[in-house]
Ligand binder design. Structure first.
Ligand code: FAD
Length: 461
């Protein structure tokens, strides 16, 4: 027999979204229980120890200056940030040649740069016409949702070099290929972040800074505040509901509540059984909302040797398999940590390799980009998020063609007493830690308002 508990609100998932919702509701005196499948909090943020009390993050890590909600939350929790190491020149590998450059866009021929620039300008301009809270209402929503980004690039990016560079930038943001993504989804995402520069840039953009002690601390600190209302090792399998009540069944615990907030990636929400079943449109949405594919790889060295050669540690390689690297050393620069991403197709292919073979391919790539010293790391770690039972891909989900226009409203619309949260449901910085926190705040506010409306109904009845 499963244990039974009662609460005002039951929250599924102790990632940033679920915990932010619980923290806000608890502060308002609403009794919450959070059910988390894993034996830890933080979801897609995860600190990994590299000895001497230092960590690297194998999940989400960066915060940027316009991600104001997560920055505010960090301040509330007593956490600080430090800038991503960016002193010196970056490296680009293109057609077997290595070159150094500064700024976000690699040094390429003038023709190629102009082509890339006009494509970025067009995408930014179209994105301004897409309301992030309702992309399906954009004037050209149907036209844009009927094509992939790849189809758009065939017609609007004229040189192979600019197509290669744009594909690389797209893989870096969505962990998916241009052919996977609805153009409307790309425009929605740009709109929710405030422009492509905000998504791509290190200084001043989404890769601007890191959390001292690691981003998982944001969730750990929130969970400490919420206390024993966070229940670990409690995967939710079934949710039964009526208009004004809900019972959430985890493996050894069931929680009865007035409202539920399901704060997990949308595609995982349909792996829970609902009684009664979800409305058709909601279920069909969740059949169409896949997670991206990314493997985050880090090699540890005695010192960040690339800095001595005037390099930032940031590199782009059109050849791959690692297409993007960063200096991910701790704030004091010791040990030196090189971070590389395998994204989209590279993650799909190398994810099926043995760990040793994948490690060798990543280290070879680091050596091509930064020299033979990269060949002998002290340690190496990588994490394939598609392998994770309670995530099944990253950074987040994306919409293929047709999904936003046919099913968009179902992404956030509550079903009876069940509300949805999670980075994917955010309208500002969707897919990011900031968006996750905002989505938790919004779901908490909506649930609190519906509970107040309910008590008013009972008071006047
Ligand atoms: C490699 C990588 C790099 C990233 N880089 C960045 C970055 O630099 N900056 C940035 O802002 N964002 C980044 N992200 C994205 C960011 O980490 C996420 O957007 C954010 O953490 C999502 O939080 P969430 O609470 O919405 O979802 P999650 O973190 O996925 O939380 C959901 C929680 O629900 C639990 N769960 C799932 N199913 C069930 C169930 N049935 N029952 C109970 N519990 C369940 C999960 O275990 C998890 O703890 C990155 C992500 C990855 C993986």
């Amino acid at each position: 027999m499963a244990d039974s508990r009662a609460a005002d609100v039951v929250i599924v998932g102790a990632g940033l979204a679920g915990l932010a919702a619980a923290r806000r509701l608890t502060a308002e005196g609403v009794d919450c229980v959070v059910l988390e499948a894993r034996d830890r909090v933080g979801g897609r943020t995860l600190n990994h120890s590299i000895g001497d009390g230092k960590i690297v993050e194998v999940g989400g890590q960066w915060v940027g200056p316009t991600q104001t909600r997560v920055l505010e939350l960090m301040r509330e929790l007593g956490l600080e940030s430090f800038p991503t190491y960016s002193q010196g020149e970056h490296v680009i590998e293109y057609r077997g040649e290595l070159n150094r450059y500064t700024g976000t866009i690699p040094r390429m021929s003038k023709r190629l740069l102009a082509d890339f620039g006009q494509a970025q300008w067009k995408l930014d301009r179209m994105a301004r016409k897409v309301p992030a809270e309702a992309p399906w209402t954009a004037p050209k929503a149907h036209e844009w949702d009927s094509q992939t980004l790849w189809s758009w690039m065939r017609r609007n990016v004229y040189t192979q070099g600019a197509r290669d560079a744009l594909s690389l930038a797209v893989e870096a943001v969505w962990a998916a290929q241009p052919e996977d993504l609805s153009l409307l989804h790309v425009l929605f995402y740009i709109s929710s972040a405030g422009g492509l520069d905000a998504l791509w840039d290190t200084e001043g953009g989404a890769q601007d800074a890191r959390v001292v002690g690691g981003s998982q601390l944001i969730s750990i600190r929130m969970a400490e505040e919420i206390g024993d209302r966070v229940v670990l090792d409690a995967p939710v399998r079934r949710i039964s509901y009526e208009p004004d009540s809900v019972t959430v069944h985890a493996d050894e615990l069931e929680v009865q509540a007035r409202r539920a907030i399901v704060a997990i990636p949308p595609t995982l929400t349909c792996r829970i059984a609902y009684d009664p079943p979800m409305p058709a449109l909601r279920d069909q949405l969740t059949q169409r909302i896949p997670q991206g594919a990314v493997i985050k790889c880090m090699a540890m060295y005695e010192r960040p040797f690339w800095r001595e050669r005037g390099l930032t540690g940031q590199a782009t390689s059109i050849e791959g398999p690692v297409k993007l690297t960063f200096d991910n050393s701790p704030p004091d620069g010791s040990p030196g940590v090189l971070l590389g991403f395998l994204e989209g197709n590279q993650a799909r292919v190398l994810g099926a390799w043995s760990p040793d073979r994948r490690r060798a391919a990543v280290i070879d790539c680091f050596s091509r980009l930064f020299g033979p010293e990269a060949q002998s790391p002290l340690d190496y770690v990588d994490k394939s998020w598609a392998d994770e039972q309670w995530t099944r891909g990253c950074y987040g989900c994306y919409m293929p063609t047709g999904a936003w226009t046919a099913y968009g409203p179902q992404l956030r619309e509550p079903v009876g007493p069940i509300h949805w949260a999670g980075a994917e449901t955010a309208t500002v910085w969707s897919g990011y830690m900031d968006g996750a926190v905002r989505s938790g705040d919004s779901a908490a506010a909506a649930v609190a308002a519906s509970l107040v409306a309910r008590s008013e109904r009972f008071a006047t009845a």
